[in-house]
Write a protein that binds this ligand. Structure first.
Ligand SMILES: [Fe+2]
Length: 288
């Protein structure tokens, strides 16, 4: 089966989170994640920085409202829609303000809403950020989203088998059950992943700073705002990326990453479910 989503070159373009205190959450992303905050209405706040966007809507804390994956071109978007329809996946309307007409949404077995679309021109991911003058805002495009799930088979079936995200790495427990699956929709090691656990929802989302120095700059910025790291810095096994984690006021985990593996044509690999797979440098946070 063709990895249709990967073939179409989709990337994580924006996220939308529910919150019981949307104004507080939006202000956090404005100050701590260096985004401009706009209150669009009582139902929507938008936070925008270079190649990173977060929509906040009123609702339940730590709940994904939707994730927006932008596709390279209209042909790719049609490929994904045709594949989803041929697999019997229900198509929903796009709630995203960032995508052009023709965007559509699908819902995974845990109820997570994924929107595929073409970015409006003013929001395309421009990588020509002036790095010689990178101090503010610090470079860090939104890059991946991960879930906690009690239905790993459903995750595999929906994202890989039905939509055609490419399998990249798995973490396998001693009893042979799957602890983690990483899938990608382009050349990045993973754009979505799922950790087996005793709850259903989000695990974390990540901003790819690219280089170690930018990860350092993020940590210095957090320190200046008295936001302590909750994990890291460390280096993951799968993806080989450097990482540091903080938590937002709702309890969502935010990762700043660097040196994430670029995938070309290697096959899916299995990793043992042990602390070193999560952090080769130090302490691990095992989800199950
Ligand atoms: Fe991550």
């Amino acid at each position: 089966m063709v990895d249709t989503v990967a073939q179409a070159g989709a990337y994580l373009h924006h996220l939308a989170f529910e919150s019981s205190q949307p104004d507080r959450l939006a202000a956090f992303y404005g100050d701590i994640m260096q985004m401009e905050v706009a209150r669009i209405s009582d139902r929507e706040w938008r936070c925008e920085g270079p190649a990173r966007r977060m929509v906040v809507v009123p609702g339940q804390d730590k709940k994904l409202a939707y994730a927006g994956l932008a596709v390279r071109d209209a042909d790719g978007l049609k490929l994904i829609r045709d594949r989803a329809e041929s697999e019997g996946v229900a198509i929903h309307a796009s709630p995203s303000p960032y995508f052009r007409e023709g965007a559509f949404a699908v819902k995974d077995p845990d109820g997570n809403l994924i929107v595929f679309g073409l970015s409006k021109p003013e929001y395309v991911k421009a990588m020509g950020w002036p790095r010689a003058n990178h101090a503010m805002p610090i470079w860090g495009p939104v890059q991946h989203l991960t879930y906690r799930t009690q239905n790993m088979d459903g995750f595999y079936d929906f994202y890989h088998r039905k939509l055609g995200f490419r399998m990249v790495d798995r973490v396998i427990k001693q009893d042979g059950t799957i602890a983690t699956i990483f899938v990608t929709s382009n050349h990045e090691h993973h754009t979505i992943a799922a950790f087996a656990g005793d709850r259903t929802g989000m695990d974390h989302h990540s901003y790819e700073a690219g280089e170690w120095n930018y990860l350092r700059d993020w940590c210095e910025h957090f320190a200046s705002r008295k936001v302590q790291l909750m994990w890291g810095p460390g280096r993951h096994g799968p993806g080989h990326n450097l990482f540091a984690f903080i938590e937002d006021p709702d309890g969502n985990w935010i990762e700043i990453s660097a040196e994430l593996e670029v995938i070309h044509d290697r096959p899916c690999e299995d990793w043992p479910h042990e602390p070193r797979s999560l952090n080769t440098w130090g302490k691990a946070i095992l989800r199950s």
